[in-house]
Write a protein that binds this ligand. Structure first.
Ligand code: ADP
Ligand code: MG
Length: 682
C-alpha cells in the first residue's frame, strides 16, 4: 500500500519520502531510527560537558539581547540559570524563540553545550514550558535518518500515525514455537518499541527480536543456497602434474614462501578425493593470480576444464591475457567470455566449451549464464570474491559436477564471517609480498597543495612513468560520478596536463571503449589515466608508479588500499597522493593510517576501530544482502542463535515446505532475490 495513504502524507510529502526510498506503508513502518536521544533526565548546569546535547530545566533570568555581527547573521542570547549556575541560550538566525520567553519563566531546553571563556552556552536549543507535556521532552526521542526538508519531528508524527493505523495489519513471519522458545517479542511490540522505546530495556528487546528475524532469514537463505549447490558427493582426484615444475622454473621469478605454501595446500586438496573449497586471502599485489594459473594448469593437465570469473571486463581480459601468455605453449586453450564480444564469436565459444575444445574460460558474470555448459568442468575460480554475491559464486560451481572451488580475495575476512558465508571453507593466506617491492610512499595533502601534486605527476611522466588520477566519489549517483570524471578529465587535458596524453575511464563506458583505453594505458600510449573507481580491482600496469586520489576522505580505507594497490607493481618507487579536503579529526587520522602502513590487514582493523563495523565489514563488501537492523559483528550472539535455529529448521524441513514457514520463505526470497541476484548479465 502506498505511503500516500498514511495520515499526514500528501503527494508532496510522499515525494520527499520516496527520495529516502520510502514508497509503501511497510517501508515507513520499517524505517528505523538511526539513534536515540535520552531526554528523560534533566541535567544541572554544573554537570554539562562540552559538546554534548543536554536537557536542562532553567529559569529565564534576564532579557534577550540581539546582536548582528554581520549581514545575514543574527545572534540572540537569553540568560538563564538553575540552582547550580548560569548559562546563555544562544540562537543563530532564529529570533522567534527568544521572543516567546519572559523573565521569571521556568522552561525546559535541549541543545548542544558549548563551554568557552564566556561561560556556558546552549546552542540553538529546543524549548518548552516546564509544566506542560511536550512530546519532544521527557522521553527517549528517536532520531531518524533524514533528507533535507523533512524534519525529525515530522518523521516522528508520520511514524506514530502509521503505527496507529497499520500496526495491526503487520503479520508475524516467525512461527509461534520459535517466538515462544526464545522468549521473543511479537513483531508488533518490537516495531512499536524500536520506534518509541520507553527505556533501554524495551529498546533492547525490540532490537533483539528484529535482528533475530533478519539474521534468521539471512542464515536460512545462505544455508539453503549452500545445500542446494553442495550436495555431498565425492570430488575429483586431480593428478600430480610433473610439468608444473618445468613451468615454475621458466617463470621470471621465484614464488615467495607464502605462495609455495598456499600452492601446496591447494595441490593437496586437488589431489584428494574431497571437493576443494578454499579461500585464498592475500593483500593486493601478493601474487594471487599466478596461484590461480597454477591450479588451472593442474586441472587442465588432469583432463578437466577450468573457469575463472572476475568482477570486471578489464580484469577478466587481463587474466585472459596472462593465462594465454603463460599456458598456450603447454597446449592449453583459453578463451575470454565477456558481454562485449560479438554474438557469433560468443556462439562459437559456447559451442567449444560444450564440446570440450576449450580448456579454460575466463570471464565476467557472463560465465554463469544459463547458456554456458561445460564439457567436464573440474575447477571453478572466483577472483575478487568480495565483489560477488553468495549466489553467483555458488552458481559458478554448479556449472560442473562438484568441481573444486577456489575463491580469491584481497579483503581480509574474519574467520567468524567466513564461517557464515562459506560454512566449511578452508582458508589459505598469502602473507608475504614478492621481494624487492618498495613501499608505496603515501602522502595526504590539502587541496591547496594540489598543484604541487600535479607537478610531481608531471615529473614522473617526464621520467617515463605513468599515473592515475582517481576522481572524487559522488555518493548520490553513478551518473554524477561519471560527470565529475569527465569534467576533471577535460579540465586536466586543457590545463595542467595540456602537453601530456590523458585517458578517461569510467563504468558507463562501453566495454570496448574501456578496453581500448586500458590497452593504450598498458602500452604506454596514455600517460595519465583519469578514472573513477573502476580501476579499483586487480588492474596490473607495472610502469604506473603514481596515483593521485581526489577527495580521498570520501573513500573507505579498504577501498583506498585497493586503489593504491594499482601502483607499486613494478620496480619503480611508487607514490600515492591523497587529497583530503576534510578538516575532520577522524578523516585526518584515517589519512594518517594510509600514510603509515601498506598492510591491508592492519588498515582494515584500524578502519574498524575508527568507523565501526558498518563501513568496512559492511555486508556489501562480502556480497551479502543489506541488513536493516542487525549487524553481523555487533550482534554476533544473536547471529549464532539464528544460525543454530536455521540449522535445526532445515534439518527437519530442508525446503521449508511446512505451511508455518510460508511467510518466512517469502521473506527469504525477497532478501536474496532483490539484492544478491541484482546483477546485470551483460
Ligand atoms: P594480486 O594478489 O593483487 O592479484 P597479482 O597476482 O596481480 O597480485 O600480482 C602482482 C604482480 O606481482 C604481478 O605483476 C605478478 O607477475 C607479480 N608477482 C607475483 N608473484 C611474484 C613473485 N613471487 N615474485 C615476483 N613477482 C611476482
Ligand atoms: Mg588479483
Amino acid at each position: 500500500m502506498s505511503v500516500q495513504y498514511v495520515k499526514g502524507v500528501g503527494p508532496k510529502r510522499a515525494k520527499k519520502l520516496n527520495r529516502i526510498n520510502i514508497e509503501t506503508v511497510n517501508d515507513l513502518i520499517y524505517y528505523f531510527p538511526r539513534t536515540y536521544e535520552d531526554r528523560r533526565t534533566i541535567k544541572k548546569i554544573i554537570d554539562c560537558q562540552e559538546g554534548e546535547k543536554a536537557t536542562l530545566k532553567v529559569l529565564v533570568c534576564g532579557d534577550s539581547a540581539v546582536n548582528r555581527p554581520r549581514k545575514g547573521l543574527t545572534i540572540t542570547k537569553v540568560p538563564v540559570r538553575d540552582d547550580t549556575g548560569f548559562a546563555y541560550l544562544v540562537w543563530f538566525n532564529q529570533e522567534y524563540f527568544a521572543k516567546r520567553l519572559k523573565k521569571g519563566q521556568t522552561i525546559k531546553v535541549n541543545g548542544k553545550v558549548k563551554k568557552n571563556f564566556k561561560g556556558l552556552e546552549i546552542y540553538n536549543p529546543e524549548i518548552t514550558t516546564a509544566d506542560k507535556f511536550d512530546n519532544r521532552f521527557d522521553r527517549v526521542l528517536p532520531i531518524y535518518p533524514l533528507t533535507e526538508k523533512l524534519t525529525n519531528n515530522e518523521m516522528i508524527k508520520l511514524i506514530s500515525n502509521v503505527l496507529k493505523e497499520y500496526i495491526d495489519l503487520v503479520e508475524d513471519v516467525l512461527p509461534e514455537d520459535i517466538i515462544k522458545n526464545f522468549n521473543l517479542w511479537s513483531i508488533k511490540d518490537a516495531l512499536l518499541n524500536i520506534h518509541f522505546p520507553t527505556d533501554r530495556e524495551s529498546y533492547t528487546k525490540a532490537k533483539e527480536r528484529l535482528a533475530f528475524e533478519e539474521l534468521l532469514i539471512l542464515q536460512l537463505g545462505l544455508l539453503m543456497i549452500k545445500n542446494k549447490y553442495n550436495i555431498e558427493k565425492s570430488g575429483i582426484k586431480f593428478k600430480k602434474v610433473q610439468e608444473i615444475n618445468e613451468f615454475l622454473s621458466k617463470l621470471p621469478f621465484e614464488l615467495t614462501n607464502a605462495q609455495k605454501r598456499v600452492l601446496k595446500e591447494i595441490s593437496k586438496d586437488m589431489e584428494s578425493d574431497k571437493t576443494m573449497n578454499r579461500l585464498v586471502q592475500g593483500d593486493v599485489g601478493s601474487g594471487k593470480t599466478i596461484i590461480a594459473i597454477l591450479a588451472i594448469f593442474k586441472a587442465v593437465k588432469s583432463g578437466y576444464q577450468a573457469v575463472m570469473m572476475a568482477p570486471t571486463e578489464i580484469l577478466a581480459r587481463q587474466h585472459y591475457e596472462s593465462i594465454n601468455e603463460m599456458l598456450s605453449e603447454y597446449d592449453i586453450k583459453c578463451e575470454l567470455l565477456v558481454g562485449s564480444i560479438t554474438n557469433s564469436k560468443k556462439k562459437e565459444i559456447l559451442r567449444k566449451i560444450r564440446n570440450g575444445e576449450i580448456d579454460v574460460i575466463v570471464g565476467t558474470h557472463a560465465v554463469i549464464q544459463n547458456n554456458v555448459e561445460f564439457n567436464r568442468l573440474g575447477l571453478a575460480i572466483t577472483d575478487e570474491q568480495h565483489r560477488f554475491g553468495v549466489r553467483q559464486r555458488a552458481a559458478l560451481s554448479l556449472k560442473g559436477e562438484n568441481p573444486d572451488v577456489l575463491v580469491m580475495t584481497a579483503t581480509p575476512i574474519p574467520r567468524t564471517l567466513a564461517l557464515i558465508l562459506y560454512g566449511d571453507l578452508d582458508i589459505s593466506i598469502i602473507d608475504e609480498l614478492p621481494p624487492g617491492r618498495k613501499k608505496v610512499e603515501t602522502y595526504a595533502i590539502n587541496n591547496n597543495m594540489k598543484l604541487r601534486a600535479y607537478n610531481f605527476v608531471k615529473k614522473q611522466v617526464k621520467e617515463g612513468r605513468q599515473g592515475y588520477i582517481v576522481c572524487p566519489l559522488v555518493e548520490e549517483s553513478d551518473s554524477m560520478n561519471i560527470q565529475s570524471a569527465t569534467e576533471l578529465y577535460e579540465k586536466l587535458s586543457k590545463e595542467y596536463f595540456a602537453d601530456l596524453k590523458l585517458g578517461l575511464l569510467h563504468g558507463k563506458m562501453k566495454a570496448k571503449e574501456k578496453d581500448e583505453v586500458m590497452n593504450k594505458f598498458k602500452n604506454g600510449d596514455i600517460d595519465i589515466l583519469v578514472s573513477t573507481t573502476v580501476i579499483e580491482v586487480g588492474v596490473n600496469v607495472p610502469n604506473a608508479n603514481i596515483m593521485v586520489i581526489e577527495n580521498a576522505e570520501r573513500f573507505g580505507l579498504a577501498q583506498l588500499h585497493q586503489l593504491r594497490g594499482r601502483v607499486g607493481r613494478g620496480n619503480y618507487q611508487s607514490y600515492c597522493i591523497l587529497i583530503n579536503e576534510s578538516k575532520n579529526k577522524v578523516a585526518r587520522e584515517r589519512m594518517r593510517i594510509m600514510e603509515r602502513t601498506n598492510n591491508g590487514f592492519i588498515i582494515s582493523e584500524k578502519d574498524l576501530e575508527l568507523r565501526g563495523p558498518g563501513e568496512f565489514f559492511g555486508t556489501r563488501q562480502h556480497g551479502l544482502p543489506d541488513l536493516k537492523i542487525a549487524n553481523i559483528f555487533a550482534d554476533m550472539r544473536i547471529l549464532k542463535m539464528a544460525q543454530k535455529v536455521a540449522n535445526k529448521i532445515l534439518e527437519r524441513d530442508p525446503h521449508l515446505q511446512d505451511n508455518k514457514y510460508k511467510k518466512l520463505r517469502n521473506k527469504i526470497t525477497n532478501m536474496f532475490d532483490s539484492k544478491i541476484e541484482d546483477i546485470s548479465f551483460n
